[in-house]
Design a protein around this ligand. Sequence first.
Ligand code: ADP
Length: 451
Amino acid sequence: MTKPRSIRFRLTASYTLVFALTFALIGIAVWTALEHSIQETADRELRTRLTDVKRYVDSFTPDDFRHLEEEFREESLLSQSVANIRIADPQGHWLFRTASAERWPDIKPAGNYQTIRVGHAKIRLLTSPIRVGTVQIGLNIDEFEEVKDGFLWTIGLGSPLLLMIAAMGGYWMSGRALRPVDQISNAAAQITAQDLSARLPSSGTGDELDRLSSILNEMLRRLQSAFQRVTEFTADASHELRTPIAVIQTTSELMQSRPRTADEHLAAWSRVRSETERTSNLISDLLLLARSDANKSDLDFHSMDLAETVCSAVDEMRVMADAKGLSLSINAPAACVIQGDPAALRRAVCIMLDNAIKFTPVPGSVSVKVSQGAQALVTVTDTGVGIAEQVRPLIFERFYRVSKDRSRQTGGSGLGLSIAQSIVKRHQGDIKVESVPGKGSTFAIVLPIRH
Ligand code: ADP
């Protein structure tokens, strides 16, 4: 396989080729025009002379031709330029020939005009009938030929030089145009997964390469923040997993350190069980998020009644609300049919109810409403602690908890709302939050209606 040529080489070669072609076309055009103009000038000259000669000799009888040369000379018709004349009678016998015309070959006239060679000289010949027979007038066109030769020489010698200059110019120009590409590749070579903070140079000219630079920089910025999120997520996940495992380890070590009573064993086992459950839930949550990140959704979409799904979620969470002493009410007056996965949407509603119950002190209430307009709407309103405005956008981030201490007591890992949002987004919906700190919050799931 041949090694691909550099863009600079290819640009230079194309530029030189285009230049050479243009130059050749111009050369051919000039050459054709020159030749045409030379011939036109010579023929015009011959026609003028023919008119003069005709006017003079038409009144002659064949006998008069013996003295014609003297006559011509007297009339200055045999000046240098008209020195080439010969006249023949209808049988082809020469009635008159000037000295130089004697050397012309006997030729058959091919049309009115023709070019003949006599020795080294080139003669343009005009043949025309006159009263006594035929006249031929010749014009030496060597001078014109010299002009043409001169032109050829100039083109022949000048073109390699011009092509060389064009190639050098093209090489220089393409080098200049491609310099930013080199700078971009050098800068890009420095960027590694460990350090995504470097940026490509930008000339600020707004040209194509500058635009490419800014597009790549924008992509790098997005990559950097995605990378950072993944790193943080991994660190948070490891941290969250370490805590229950540490608890399990310490508990079992304590149990083994000395003989324990049956009650102590029971308490230890129940602790180990709850931490194992916590770890297992956390791992399922992480798996669910990872699958949804990888677009490997196992959601099963079909026509479903959202009101029914929400009612069953409320029923499930009622035990928790009752245990805490909170009132939990639902208002779902009519069926609300959408395309969705009931189990996933049930999970999203449960997450919200779980939060509402966790973050609402007694006495308090949680109310759920399902309604249908242009879109399907599920709202979960509580009279809880509320969420400060500045942290509201953060609560959907993975592992984010407004108060880590309280969440630890309530058992939250900070993944609930991320999961709920991921489920709703997969249904082409959205979650909106309104909250007054100290008074309560309303979470609204908005879903498109598609039967
Ligand atoms: P967690 O597992 O801690 O519940 P979430 O992702 O579900 O995690 O919620 C993130 C944080 O948002 C919670 O830790 C809590 O601080 C806040 N939050 C969520 N729902 C409510 C609510 N109804 N009232 C007050 N704060 C809430």
